[in-house]
Structure formats: C-alpha cells, structure tokens
Design a protein around this ligand. Structure first.
Ligand SMILES: Nc1ncnc2c1ncn2[C@@H]1O[C@H](COP(=O)(O)OP(=O)(O)OP(=O)(O)O)[C@@H](O)[C@H]1O
Ligand SMILES: CC(C)(CO)[C@@H](O)C(=O)[O-]
Ligand code: BAL
Length: 350
C-alpha cells in the first residue's frame, strides 16, 4: 500500500505564466534571495517547475492544480484543501490573466494582494502539515464554442477563451492528476470539462462547492470592493436563485414558473432601493438570470427532471451615487462597479 505523504502547497505566481516572454512585477520579498522563509516553493519560470514536476512524478507524488487569480479567500482555500485531501502535492497558480478581460472590464482594478495571498497559503500549508505530520490579442488561443459564448461570454466576450487558453497552458506545464475549480464559476467548470474531454487532456476535473458568507453571498475576490451598503444588497442574487430553486424543489419544471420567483426577488429589492435617497441606496442591474442545460448551457424552456439544470445569474452593483461620512466604504471607495455571479445546480430528480 502506498504510504501517505504530507500534502504540501506549491505556488505558481504570475510568473509561471505561461509565456516566458511576459514581464512581471513581483514584490521584492519574492526575490530569489528569500525563498527559504517559505515552507512552499515559488516558481516564476516554466523550466524549473517542469523539472520539479518530473521529480514528483518519479517519486510517485500526485499533483492537484488550483488555478486562481489571487486575492485569495476561503473559497480558494476550500479548493486547495480538497486538492490536498486527494493529492500529495498541491499547486496553486496566481495569475491575473489579462486575456480574459475585455477592454472595459476591471483588469486594472482587479485586487492584487500577493503578500496576503502567500501568507494565507503559508498558514494553510502549516495547517495541512499539522493534519498529517507523520510523513513527509495575438497568438494561440483555445476557444470552446458555443459554451464560451453564452452567459458570461455575452458580457465578457474574451473571458472563456482566456480561461481555456491559460488553463491549457497550466495543465500542460503542471500535468496535474487532478484540477480543482469552484462551483461558483459554473460556466468555467462546464467549459473546462468540455475542453479536457475534447482535447484528451489527461487530468480529472474536480468541482468544489461554493463557499458562502453567512448571509448567502458567494465569496469572491471582488467582494472587497463592496462597502457595507452595497455588500448588504449584493445578497440579492443568491436570494433570487434560492427562490427559483425552491420552485423546482416543489416540482415546477417550466422556465417561467421557476425564473419568475427569482425575478420577483430582484424586482422587489430593486424597487426598494429606488425608493431610497442617494445616500441610502445601493443600485444594481441584473445582467442575466439563466436556466440552462447542465452540459450544453442551452437555455431551457422546461427542465428535464432526469437531467437537472443550472440556475445561474450575474448582477452589476453600481457605484454609490453619494456616500456618507458615517459608512464603511469598500476598496475603491465604492466607486467601482462590481459584477457578482452565482449559481445553483438543480439536481436531477429520481
Ligand atoms: N466562493 C467560492 N467557493 C468555491 N470556490 C471559489 C469561490 N470563489 C472562487 N472560487 C474558485 O477559485 C478559483 C479561482 O477563482 P478566482 O481567483 O477568480 O477567485 P474569485 O473569488 O472567483 O474571483 P472573482 O471575484 O474574480 O470571481 C476558481 O476555480 C473559482 O471558481
Ligand atoms: C481559472 C482562472 C484562474 C484562469 O485564469 C480564473 O478564471 C479563475 O480564477 O477562476
Ligand atoms: N473567477 C473568474 C475570474 C474572472 O472573473 O475573470
């Protein structure tokens, strides 16, 4: 029987990136002079990483890869924990991938919290070691159509192409036995699964449930842009999806019967906000609320209860119109619009 090894975290910061020509600005603390302060490896070049990967292969270690864009939170850590539970090594990549952002999206303001990220991974690494201390524009793109064009793809046209491309590179470099993605980005999971299948990529795609705040808001790196006022209203999406899910659970399968309940929630909350003054309200726009097939992402008129469906949505929290001195603002002083996404899987019914 294979002996159990300590799962260790290895981190691939932006530099692993995927193109040896890319330039990266890394904080000085990450210079090669100080790697001994970390309990995990930091790779910024492809070649040493590949070498390390080959060594792991030779000693029979398995690798679970967790691709991220940094600004880590409990959701990311849940993926890393899951990966560690099932693999002897965990690779976490941190790379804010520009090719998945369109020109008017939030690439420039996307949070970059390298020091906190590495600290969190450090703590997680310690925790995992404690758990088992007995043993040690132009270029090439991967396009998955039509899956990448619907839902998020309508608002973020290059998003899924960027994700599929960067993940192909990561998968080729790391050659992980398993890759871990969060349920929160459901379209991404469907695209990646299809890509792995269509390109015969030798890895297993694992999906980890969405971590939520106590009120139901899905954790997301972008939530930090929500000050207390927008944060309170941001929960509208998860509440809307929950209402629609309840209709399905009560036996409704028709699109209108299911989605009407979600729209009731967003319309009601939207009207409540409209009725308030500019210093009190937080306005939002619904981008979409979708009821789609679990593998095709085609919009459904009727859920086939033997297959189930994906209920998903996106809203944009608009910048506050006027702020008050007595309120806690988010990163960017609540001047940055924040797009929130969420979903619920409507499981097949027997
Ligand atoms: N709340 C969550 N629960 C579980 N997994 C999550 C959660 N949030 C993100 N993930 C997963 O973590 C991985 C990296 O995601 P990413 O770095 O984009 O974080 P994010 O919080 O989704 O950020 P963003 O605000 O950009 O959506 C993805 O597989 C994503 O689905
Ligand atoms: C998978 C991913 C790391 C690719 O950049 C990104 O889309 C994310 O963080 O979900
Ligand atoms: N979590 C998905 C990364 C993005 O929104 O670009």
């Amino acid at each position: 029987m294979a002996s159990k090894r300590i799962a260790r975290l290895d981190i691939l910061p932006s530099a692993t990136a995927l193109s040896t020509r890319a330039k990266y600005l890394l904080p000085p603390c990450l210079s090669h002079s100080a790697p001994h302060t970390r309990t995990f490896h930091v790779f910024r070049e492809v070649a040493p990483l590949r070498k390390h990967r080959r060594e792991l292969l030779l000693i029979g270690d398995t690798v679970g890869l967790v691709p991220t864009m940094g600004a880590l939170h409990a959701g990311h850590l849940s993926l890393a924990r899951q990966a560690a539970a099932e693999n002897s090594r965990v690779f976490v990549s941190i790379y804010v991938n520009p090719t998945q952002f369109g020109v008017n999206e939030d690439l420039d303001s996307y949070p970059k919290t390298w020091d906190t990220d590495t600290h969190m991974l450090e703590e997680l690494d310690k925790e995992l070691s404690r758990d088992d201390s007995t043993l040690p524009g132009k270029g090439s793109f991967v396009t998955i159509t039509p899956l990448g064009d619907v839902l998020e793809g309508r608002t973020r046209p290059v998003f899924m192409r960027g994700v599929a491309t960067v993940c192909t590179k990561l998968f080729n470099i790391v050659e992980p036995e398993q890759v871990f993605f969060g349920q929160k980005d459901v379209q991404q999971t469907v695209v990646i699964k299809r890509m792995v299948q269509d390109f015969h990529i030798n890895t297993k795609v694992r999906i980890v449930p969405t971590e939520r705040e106590p009120d139901g808001l899905a954790m997301s790196s972008r939530n930090g842009y929500l000050g207390e006022r927008r944060r309170k209203i941001g929960v509208v999406l998860s509440q809307a999806l929950r209402a629609a899910e309840a209709a399905y659970r009560m036996g409704k399968c028709g699109r209108d019967d299911i989605l009407a309940l979600a729209w009731d929630v967003t319309n009601r909350m939207g009207m409540e906000q409209d009725a308030l003054s500019e210093t009190e309200r937080a306005k939002f726009e619904v981008d979409y609320i979708s009821l789609a097939g679990p593998e095709t992402l085609d919009e459904l008129e009727e859920v086939d209860a033997s297959k189930g469906a994906i209920l998903s949505g996106a809203i944009k929290m608009l910048p506050l119109e006027a702020t008050r001195d007595d309120e806690k603002l988010g990163r960017g002083n609540d001047e940055v619009p924040v797009r929130l996404i969420d979903n619920i899987i409507l499981a097949p019914q027997k």
